[in-house]
Design a protein around this ligand. Structure first.
Ligand code: CDT
Length: 305
């Protein structure tokens, strides 16, 4: 048995005017609570340092837009999270907006070990929403304006005595996300998300948000024999209601912990990484049963399909 005690640190709303310091105070509080509960890894949401700014068209206020990005990780403000992690001996996953020295913007996450060292970085592959201002929507979803598509794909990292993977929000809806990591023997996939309950292109999906959230993450876990930790920033943020329902899912596909609020909340669960073997070495024994020669279409460039 390789047991990893994980804390899923759900966040409630972050207001538009919240300072980094205020938000980091909340993250540190959750990290300390996790440490008190014996957690070795704390998982925070996507864009966990700021309000979900892609809901606004911000061309008129470029300085506000820039203020939402981190130019360093750790930077002067986020260093506190790394110091706290090191002194508590607790690792963490954190979603944030990244602005690189070359001026590229990504929706990113970082995985930090219990000694405060960076294990890996991930840049969101599947960017949802739209590029241009669509004033008829009740709110914008301008991820495709404010970020570039992550160019690095889905890596995995040897950390926390297991094989860890990262994804962000919309990635969780795509089976390829989990499968590409499972082909690298992933044992735990960490996924932060911000999911507005209202989906403007097709509001018939609104009442299904909660169902779809469970559906995709439970299927991803089971079909790939991996733990999945999905962590929301939920609740009513600047007039937009977002799904909470953070959860920790076993390789069996069973939910073993689920949030009951739409606010800051910590779920703690013991995750036996050896549980993955039950699935990876039987029903989903990839070497024995997969038929990649039958799946060629999946890897063809879009224009050739
Ligand atoms: N952050 C993020 O990726 N949210 C999307 C919202 C739906 S697309 C407008 C999601 O897949 O949950």
């Amino acid at each position: 048995m390789r047991s990893l005690r994980v804390g899923a640190a759900q966040l409630g709303p972050i207001t538009r005017d919240a300072s980094r310091g205020e938000v980091i105070d909340r993250l540190v509080t959750l990290m300390r609570r996790g440490s008190d509960a014996g957690a070795q890894l704390i998982v925070f949401p996507e864009l966990a340092l700021t309000t979900f700014f892609p809901r606004w068209y911000l061309d008129d206020v470029p300085e506000e837009l820039d203020s939402y990005y981190e130019t360093e990780m750790p930077g002067p403000q986020t260093q506190r999270l790394f110091d706290e992690a090191k002194s508590l001996g607790v690792g963490f996953y954190l979603g944030y907006a990244e602005l690189t020295p070359e001026g590229k913007r990504y929706n990113s996450s970082v995985l930090v070990e219990r000694d405060g060292s960076i294990v890996g970085r991930y840049r969101k592959v599947h960017l949802p929403g739209h590029e241009e201002h669509e004033p008829d929507r009740p709110f914008q979803h301008l991820e495709r304006r404010y970020f570039e598509e992550g160019p690095d794909g889905f890596g995995v990292w040897a950390a926390f005595d297991g094989v860890m993977g990262m994804a962000l929000c919309n990635d969780r809806r795509w089976p390829e996300t989990y499968r590409v990591m499972a082909l690298q023997r992933v044992e735990m996939v960490l996924i932060g998300y911000n999911t507005p309950l209202h989906y403007a292109p097709d509001p018939s999906q609104n009442p299904l948000q909660s169902f779809h959230n469970r559906l995709v993450m439970q299927a991803g876990a089971y079909q790939n024999g991996t733990w999945v930790v999905g962590v929301a920033k939920g609740g009513l943020e600047e007039g937009v209601e977002s799904l909470a329902q953070s959860m920790i899912i076993a390789p069996s596909g069973q939910i073993i912990a689920e949030a009951v609020t739409t606010d800051d909340e910590l779920l703690v669960a013991d995750c036996d990484l050896d549980w993955c073997k039950h699935y990876k070495e039987t029903l989903f024994d990839f070497d024995r049963y997969r038929r990649p020669e039958m799946y060629e279409l999946i890897t063809q460039p879009k224009s050739e399909q």
